[in-house]
Design a protein around this ligand. Structure first.
Ligand SMILES: [Zn+2]
Length: 356
């Protein structure tokens, strides 16, 4: 068990065998032996390795009860292998914490992911996605207005959302995986909120469209997921309510305001206006050209939409603590904090000063 952990932590730290060997005064063959469970590190060696790798020693001993299957990268990414390793290690680590936390609850506080039963069995054209998005919103009681928090929405439906630092310089369009058959979606912690939300809605699209696409539509899955994502974040009736049924032209500021109201990028809103036949292809092209010309396709003008936070995990740690499911030291371990730091935060965050 230590071996696997060690390797994961090393990859998470972005270190090769030799680099770690150099920093730890051990030979790379020794470290390799540790990783392959051919040799067990002494506690002193473990302490040293933990320090270099930025993990606490408990990390090496966290009980492994999670059967993690391979992570499926849905899309080729331009991220270097080293960065992918780092993200993957982060996924394993966060997934394990989740799993452990949920297991400490007498009854899981999060429901298993399940789609509403009444969804159409087959999707035969893109237009159907409009109704599908509305149907899902209806089943999840989201109404037709803005979804204030996409991470929370998915998490409360049993999708594990992992936010990991992803270097902005590389193309990385989110990643979906299954761990113990449960869906996991990864978003960049440092992305803008609209990008995170679109990625989440897009991956939700994959979950929804799985086994529902006719043969001739299967090659279009990526495009269809984008269409679903747009429709889910900004449903057709809502967009028409805001923009009107047919328009000759749109002001850039309209796109900007709608972006901030619905957490969908300005380009996303523009695409929605075309998909909902509010504007013609010609008007769309005109505006789209303007986006390219101004460099707005890579960075949209004015204020970005704020990034979302994953709070459910933290909240559930505190909830379990309040219910005495575990002690403060377990809570600290789950949150990856030293006990003293956690204790301090707990006091600061409580409404009444604690007496001890
Ligand atoms: Zn996709």
């Amino acid at each position: 068990m230590i071996g696997e952990r060690l390797q994961r932590a090393r990859k998470a730290a972005g270190l090769g065998l030799r680099a770690l060997a150099e920093q730890s005064d051990l030979s790379h063959t020794t470290i390799s032996k540790f990783e392959n469970e051919l040799q067990t590190p002494s506690s002193g060696q473990l302490l040293k390795l933990a320090k270099i790798l930025g993990v606490r020693t408990e990390y090496f001993f966290r009980p492994q009860s999670l059967n993690i299957k391979g992570i499926e990268y849905r899309k080729k990414s331009s991220l270097p292998q080293k960065s992918l390793d780092k993200i993957q290690a982060d996924i394993f680590d966060q997934a394990e914490r989740w799993h452990e936390l949920l297991n400490l609850y007498p009854q899981s506080p999060v429901q298993d992911f399940a789609l509403p039963a009444a969804l159409p069995e087959q999707i035969t054209d893109a237009e159907q996605l409009e109704a599908l998005a509305e149907q899902l919103r209806d089943a999840w009681k989201l109404g037709l207005s803005c979804i204030p928090d996409m991470i929370d929405t998915l998490e409360s439906q049993g999708v594990m959302v992992i936010s990991s630092l992803v270097e902005a310089a590389h193309k990385f369009d989110g990643l979906a995986a299954t761990i113990n058959d449960l869906p996991v979606v990864v978003v960049g912690a440092n992305w803008t909120g609209d990008r995170q939300r679109f990625t989440l809605a897009h991956e939700l699209g994959h979950l929804l469209l799985k086994n529902r696409l006719t043969n001739d539509l299967q090659a279009e899955e990526e495009k269809l997921c984008n269409r679903f994502a747009g429709a889910f974040l900004l449903p057709k009736p809502t967009l028409i309510e805001h923009l009107g049924q047919h328009r000759h032209q749109l002001e850039i500021n309209e796109l900007y305001f709608l972006k901030h109201e619905f957490g969908l990028s300005m380009q996303g809103v523009l695409f929605r206006a075309l998909q909902c036949e509010i504007i013609t292809q010609t008007t769309f092209q005109q505006l789209y050209k303007l986006f390219s010309l101004k460099g707005w396709r890579s960075k949209e003008p004015k204020q970005p939409y704020p990034a979302e936070q994953t709070i459910l995990f933290k909240q559930l740690v505190y909830r379990a603590l309040a219910e005495d499911y575990f002690t403060e030291s377990k809570a600290a371990e789950l949150l990856g904090l030293p006990v003293a730091t956690f204790h301090q935060q707990r006091i600061l965050e409580s409404f009444e000063p604690l007496t001890h």
